[in-house]
Design a binder for this molecule. Structure first.
Ligand code: NAD
Length: 295
């Protein structure tokens, strides 16, 4: 069993850290919100009062933070973890962030003999709780092999996408498609409702037809079609609109850098940015459904 330091106990990181505790690892946790730390302590994790103590003796350092600036700050900022992580340890950053930040952090850590993989995830909060996430890993073969047993405790499908940053590229491709599918599924359901259809019945029909997709089947944006999804809980929890808008921005940056054409991604980015600007940034991203409500 390994010594793990885990940073970022939000919607995703909290249940991921809990699964590492359940698997028998010794897990020290930290989040800026005391309440998030408290919940993990109740589940068998420990904590410490300084960055130095948190990573003391850690073989693995896992981070699950909102965006690139948080990851850079945690590792390279004032009192950054780079000063305290022991050489030979492996950093696993599972946040969805931009590739330049990955390369910057990975290179700085490498100079100190600290290993790094980017390992963003897919599967949502449900997948994090159930330990069935998909991990898309970027890094060297040896580091992937070291990370895999730990990732197996939090996920079901562990992919080695390529070298540093390749995990993030796979992730932005996936999330660009997810944003497009969520917006498209929402407008199709609203079109049916506006024309007198029951959204449950319409969902049932499209699930057996060619419009079937993940958002319709497992994350339906229309309230009360599915139980235990954010749309049936006033769009609370889940994957925030702000984070989807961030991921679509990352996809567009990636497209600009590679001179790729992503018109559907650009439209989805605008829709989620408008939705966030209307005060919905902290809601789950399936709340885009409300944007197409005629009422
Ligand atoms: P979240 O906002 O719920 O959690 C992020 C946590 O990080 C917060 O609790 C915050 O207090 C903490 N934090 C910020 N800076 C910190 C620091 N320096 N040290 C310790 N803690 C710090 O976000 P989330 O939904 O858990 O998402 C985390 C990452 O995973 C994001 O990059 C997101 O894009 C990605 N992601 C989310 C989902 C999802 O369904 N929510 C799915 C796949 C990927």
């Amino acid at each position: 069993m390994a010594n793990v330091a885990f940073f970022g106990l939000g919607n995703m990181g909290g249940p991921m850290a809990a699964n590492l505790v359940k698997a028998g690892h010794s897990v020290k946790v930290f989040d800026l919100y005391d309440q998030a730390v408290q919940q993990l302590l109740e589940q068998g994790a420990t904590t410490a009062s300084s960055n130095q103590q948190l990573v003391d003796g850690a073989d693995f350092i896992v981070s699950m933070l909102p965006a690139g600036k948080h990851v850079e700050g945690l590792y390279l900022g004032e009192d950054g973890l780079i000063n305290y992580i022991k050489p030979g340890a492996l950093v696993i950053d599972s946040s969805t962030i931009d590739k330049p930040t990955v390369v910057n952090v990975a290179s700085a850590l490498a100079e100190k003999g600290i290993n790094f993989v980017d390992a963003p995830v897919s599967g949502g909060v449900g997948g994090a709780i159930a330990g069935t996430l998909s991990f898309m890993v970027g890094g060297e073969d040896a580091d992937f092999a070291t990370a895999k047993p730990l990732l197996d405790n939090m996920g079901k499908n562990i992919f080695h996408a390529g070298s540093y940053g390749a995990g993030q590229i796979a992730k932005v491709c996936n999330n660009m498609l997810l944003g497009i599918l969520m917006a498209g599924t929402s407008e199709a359901l609203q079109l049916g409702i506006a024309n007198g259809l029951d959204p449950k019945k319409l969902s049932e029909i499209m699930l057996q037809s060619s419009g079937r997709n993940w958002t319709l089947e497992l994350y339906n944006p229309c309230p009360d079609v599915l139980e235990n999804v954010p749309s049936s809980n006033n769009y609370e929890g889940g994957f925030m609109v702000d984070l989807m808008a961030k991921d679509l921005g990352l996809a567009l940056d990636t497209a600009v850098n590679s001179q790729s054409s992503t018109p559907m991604g650009a439209l989805a980015r605008s829709l989620f940015a408008i939705h966030a600007g209307q005060g919905n940034g902290k809601k789950d991203f399936s709340s885009i459904f409300k944007m197409f409500d005629k009422e």
